[in-house]
Design a protein around this ligand. Structure first.
Ligand SMILES: [Zn+2]
Length: 284
């Protein structure tokens, strides 16, 4: 199925779902990978700048590691909503293009880094053709990000599907990436993002290990994090909304207002729906 067709179908569903959303008390965590003017699947610097301006205007923008400090009462009474900007994997353009725009807009973000990629032990872009041959950040870049107020989180060593590894291998992925990153930046790493991040990409062993080594954990379950009491929000299973190259300005605003949150239902309960749509050849 072509990506543009998929996006069109998702827009139609968002229009229907968008009639109902109510995100008064919510934390919207955005997930980016690459901001780049030369890669067709990357968010352009111009679009990223527009998106950051919207966030600066309408949201309190925090890092993942700040979420535990939130005051429930203050947030419930506030007119502004909360957003978090995250990046996954550790592509070099995060420092080249995204960092200057984040700084310009006064936004502090969280970067989940795959340590084996940044350490040049493996090239994860072989797995993700969207970002083929993109170079990784360096240790110096990581330090520069931290010096500019950004948070570094872990994203395993090899970007493996954790549910396919045994418990010992999973623990090694978590512990080794955390240790390498802490050595690189000279700070504690408290946040983690599951590679792939959808429900079947991790299992009960993974969640136990994450609980042991990290204070916060992000999935890619696609919805806003709604709460009536922030202290009851599960910081080890935070949902995120993916932003990518095919998002128009309208798409971005609709993703922020919750219209695309129906995607979580597709991920969690209705893999069958996508399969059926494929079978019906509606989208091909
Ligand atoms: Zn990743």
């Amino acid at each position: 199925m072509k990506v543009a067709h998929k996006q069109n179908i998702r827009r139609v569903l968002a229009k229907v779902y968008g009639i109902f959303p109510s995100l008064k008390n919510s934390i919207t965590i955005l997930m980016y990978h690459s901001v780049n003017k030369n890669m067709p699947y990357s968010v352009t610097p111009e679009m990223f700048d527009y998106q950051m301006q919207i966030l600066t205007r309408d949201y309190y923008v925090l890092r993942i590691c700040d979420l535990g400090e939130l005051d429930s009462n203050a947030m419930l009474q506030s007119r502004k909503k909360i957003a978090v900007v995250t990046f996954d994997d550790g592509y070099i353009d995060n420092a080249q293009y995204a960092l200057p725009i984040l700084k310009k807009n006064g936004i502090r973000a969280t970067f989940f880094i795959c340590s084996g990629y940044v350490n040049k032990k493996l090239d994860i872009t072989r797995k993700f053709i969207n970002y083929l041959d993109l170079k990784p950040l360096t240790r110096t870049h990581l330090q520069d990000l931290v010096n500019n107020g950004m948070e570094i989180g872990a994203h395993t060593v090899t970007h493996s599907m954790l549910s396919k590894l045994d418990c010992w291998q999973q623990e090694n992925e978590l512990v080794s990436s955390k240790a390498w990153l802490e050595d690189a930046i000279g700070q504690k790493v408290v946040s983690f993002a599951y590679p792939y991040g959808w429900p079947r990409s991790f299992n009960s062993n993974t969640t136990k290990l994450v609980d042991k080594y990290f204070d916060y954990c992000c999935t890619t379950i696609w919805r806003s994090n709604r709460f009536s009491d922030i202290t009851k929000l599960n910081m080890k299973a935070l949902s995120r909304i993916r932003i990518d190259a095919f998002d128009t300005q309208r798409d971005f605003l609709n993703k922020l207002n919750g219209s695309w949150d129906y995607m979580a239902y597709i991920q969690l309960y209705a893999k069958i729906i996508e399969q059926d749509l494929r079978n019906c050849q509606v989208l091909s």
